[in-house]
Design a protein around this ligand. Structure first.
Ligand SMILES: Nc1ncnc2c1ncn2[C@@H]1O[C@H](COP(=O)(O)OP(=O)(O)OP(=O)(O)O)[C@@H](O)[C@H]1O
Length: 312
């Protein structure tokens, strides 16, 4: 029987809770992932990303809430769901004496209708390492072999838990390109990463987790756009900080670096133009020059630091 998600949603998570003893590692998380979408889970260490991914992979039952993967309960129905998933393990235990090609062939023996070995070597960028024993592969190459194995069974959903950690910049770049191509070809991907630029580059949508909860979610543009724009300039010499204006009701934050004070305002979305106009008029009326004046959108890093990275 062909199993399909009824509503075009590949993954549905509603109010998921997971506990380890008394500790609630996931405290009511909800999100959907559409077919063909790359969804990234970001967050601080211990935020609950891996626990969420493992629940979706069918390793553990939800303590509370609902989880659906390809329309099914991934824990109860794991025998039906699991063959349709590709899971890139954090540390695949390879047989040290098998070559890369032999390892792929060995794995292909476990899955029905596997991808051809050469295609997997190509996808993982390991053609030149086909005859190298796995114990001689570098850390980054081992991770790419993990990726090849995850793709062997032509999965409908690929789970990538920090896939590029430990890779050099070139391997990281190549892996991201491979993942982007797979998504372009229709694969659904769930990704966790500590590299914000990786999420910015690859994710159709993302969620930032902190202490078991989602604290921001949406497309990169939505997450960043909702965070406001920043206006910065050097505080003119001799001007008391207390004399700086309020812009659209927002007071300046002051940072001092190498003896220079910089004023930063984070203005609500849609208030930027009026805020900058007010600032320039204020400076003009006083004959002040605003050196180093810069206007930027918030970056994903700004949002991350202010939502998930805030000291407790
Ligand atoms: N088997 C376990 N027993 C007890 N506590 C656990 C267990 N696994 C995870 N935890 C705790 O649950 C919390 C969430 O862990 P999880 O691995 O899901 O976070 P994460 O967001 O993936 O973190 P990281 O970015 O560090 O990989 C952490 O505080 C962790 O210490």
């Amino acid at each position: 029987m062909e199993i399909t998600a009824a509503d075009g949603v590949a993954v549905r998570v509603r109010e998921l809770r997971q506990r380890y003893g008394e500790f609630e590692a996931v405290a009511g998380v909800s999100f959907d992932v559409a077919h063909g979408e790359l969804f990234a889970l970001l967050g601080t260490n211990g935020a609950g990303k891996t626990t969420t991914m493992e629940t979706l992979e069918g390793h553990r039952a939800a303590h509370a809430g609902e989880v659906r993967v390809l329309g099914r309960d991934p824990y109860r129905d794991r025998r039906d769901v699991r063959p349709r998933l590709g899971i890139m393990l954090q540390e695949g235990g390879f047989f040290a004496d098998l070559t890369t090609a032999e390892t792929i062939d060995h794995w292909r023996g476990f899955v029905p209708d596997p991808r051809p070995r050469d295609e997997l070597l190509e996808l993982a960028g390991l053609r030149e390492q086909a005859r190298v024993r796995t114990r001689q592969l570098s850390g980054g190459q081992k991770r790419r072999l993990d990726l090849a194995l995850a793709l062997a069974g032509r999965p409908e959903i690929l789970f990538l838990d920090e896939p590029t950690t430990g890779m050099d910049p070139e391997a990281r770049h190549a892996t991201r390109r491979t993942v982007a191509e797979l998504v372009r070809d229709g694969l659904t991907v769930l990704l966790t990463t500590h590299y914000l630029e990786e999420a910015e580059l690859l994710a159709d949508r993302l969620a930032i987790m902190h202490r078991g909860r989602i604290v921001a979610s949406g497309t990169v543009a939505e997450v960043v756009g909702g965070h406001g724009d920043r206006v910065r300039f050097r505080v003119p010499a001799g001007l008391p900080v207390a004399d700086l204006p309020l812009l659209r009701g927002v007071a300046a934050g002051i940072e001092v670096d190498a003896g220079h004070a910089t004023a930063t305002y984070t203005l609500p979305p849609d208030d930027l133009q009026a805020g900058v106009y007010g600032l320039l008029r204020w400076a003009d009326e006083r004959g002040l020059t605003l050196s180093g004046l810069r206007v930027d959108s918030a970056s994903l890093e700004d949002v991350f630091l202010s939502t998930a990275g805030a000291p407790s």
